[in-house]
Design a protein around this ligand. Structure first.
Ligand code: SF4
Length: 458
């Protein structure tokens, strides 16, 4: 009897849409913005040119985009800046990545250029330093909250200023509404930080943030890296920069900066210590063929890169966009590490989402790619509870928008509250939040359901 061979099972070819993450914007895309129509590739890729031509005042911005937006948009943005907690700084790369045919809805515009017309009232329980970082700062420029980890803020400037910055209390120049807190920002002022870390043997892990490590001169990347590597108990370091998302060409044209970073990474590896880069992409449109080339340089030189995204309304708060971002990041060798709930930052309520949105998107993303490349969705518990998995709330009232969190390994016995944005609640509930006594009652009720009390609030 002849046995018939079962033909191998074939899966149908992947539909083209599933490969969308590989389609990266290429060519001279910046020519679409008339202000940059005469800029050749060598100039556009020059990081000095990008830094010099980043818009640093609203008027510079309006001049750059005047050919592609109308007067109503400019008036709207001018008033938006008057009320914004952050100063303006946007790179030509970002301005050229915005679809100016849709200026009101473009996800990159929403992150960097405020509009009065879309502004929403702050939640009444929102504060400027929502994470209470200054309470955990033993010396200026250092936050020591988790036993084995510290956050070093060596400078207060960034290559761009994001509307939603958690550290709007300190980052960038003063604005009409906010006098920025002064942090240490010169090599002399860093000495107490190194001394504190050296005197605390429990600290194994340092995040060097700010501000942004892109703004550190190469000699200071080396100075900071070597000073921390020389402390025996420091085992891990992360240089944090948004630069890859907003000015990727620096990796291609700033050889001294890349060499300084690689020097610290290589020295750390030789010592058995890990030094990596942490970056911050929020939307797939921030990734272009220039980013891919920059990542090729870092990957081939042995620099591991992780990404931290902020979940924002109208930017990445739908499953398809978040999935495309995750797939595009992993495609260019960036590890999609975290997606944060938007912190309770003043002046950007139009960008915040509810906890429920994070739960829904996490459910849609999980399983769509490898587990190690699936980001963990977290809420940085306001009041200093640290990062909590969004599923780990003790209680969540979707009607009042109050969620209650605990952090047993950070602040045992304490309770932390996160508030969904008012404008995602029903009109009745929004009215309740306008009455202070009712606010207190809604909070007390939520705490009671979670097994806590107002007295145990952090
Ligand atoms: S790059 Fe980071 S630190 Fe700088 S403004 Fe943006 S979010 Fe804040």
């Amino acid at each position: 009897m002849i046995e018939l061979e079962t033909p191998p099972k074939r899966t149908p070819p992947a539909p083209p849409a599933s490969l969308e993450h590989r389609r990266l914007r290429d060519g001279a895309f910046w020519h679409a913005l008339p202000h940059y129509a005469g800029i050749d590739e060598a100039t556009f890729l020059d990081h000095h040119w990008q830094a010099r031509n980043s818009v640093k005042t609203p008027e510079e911005l309006f001049e750059t985009i005047s050919a592609v937006v109308d007067d109503a948009f400019i008036a709207d943005a001018r008033q938006g800046f008057e009320h914004a907690p952050m100063a303006v700084r946007v790179s030509p790369y970002l301005l050229a990545s915005i679809d100016w045919s849709q200026p009101y809805t473009d996800p990159i515009r929403r992150q960097f250029i405020p509009l009065l017309s879309t502004a929403r009232a702050d939640h009444p329980r929102l504060t400027l330093d929502s994470l209470h970082e200054q309470e955990d700062s033993p010396v200026p420029g250092l936050i020591h909250r988790y036993a084995d980890k510290a956050l070093f803020l060596p400078l207060q400037t960034c290559p761009v200023y994001c509307r939603f910055c958690t550290r709007s209390y300190a980052i960038g120049p003063d604005t009409a509404g906010v006098d920025k807190l002064e942090l240490g920002k010169t090599p002399d002022s860093w000495a107490p930080v190194f001394a504190y870390v050296a005197a605390h043997p429990e600290i194994e892990d340092i995040v060097i943030s700010g501000g942004d490590a892109y703004q550190l001169a190469p000699k200071n990347i080396t100075l900071i890296g070597e000073a921390l590597l020389a402390i025996p108990h420091v085992r891990r370091m992360r240089f944090a920069t948004k630069g890859l998302a907003v000015m990727p060409m620096k990796i291609l044209t700033d050889q001294p900066w890349v060499d300084a970073l690689v020097g610290v990474v290589d020295h750390g590896r030789a010592m058995g210590k890990e030094v990596v880069l942490h970056t911050h992409f929020n939307h797939p449109n921030e990734i272009s063929a220039i980013t891919e080339r920059a990542m090729d340089v870092l990957f081939k030189r042995g620099v591991y890169v992780r990404n931290q995204t902020v979940l924002m309304r109208g930017v990445n708060d739908d499953a398809a966009t978040m999935l495309l971002l995750v797939k595009r990041l992993e495609y260019i060798n960036i590890h999609p590490y975290y997606v944060y709930m938007h912190d309770l930052v003043s002046g950007v309520e139009d960008l915040r989402t509810s906890v429920q949105t994070a739960l829904d998107i996490e459910k849609a993303v999980r399983g769509a790619t490898a587990g190690y490349n699936t980001p963990t969705f977290i809420c940085d518990a306001p009041g200093g509870g640290g990062k909590r998995d969004v599923h780990s709330f003790e209680w969540y009232d979707r009607d009042t928008g109050v969620s209650v969190w605990t952090a047993p390994s950070v602040k045992p016995g304490k309770y932390f509250l996160y508030f969904d944005p008012l404008n995602t609640l029903t009109p009745t509930m929004q009215t309740r939040w306008s009455v202070p006594e009712l606010q207190d009652r809604m909070i007390a009720d939520a705490l009671a359901h979670a097994g806590g009390t107002v007295a145990a609030l952090a």
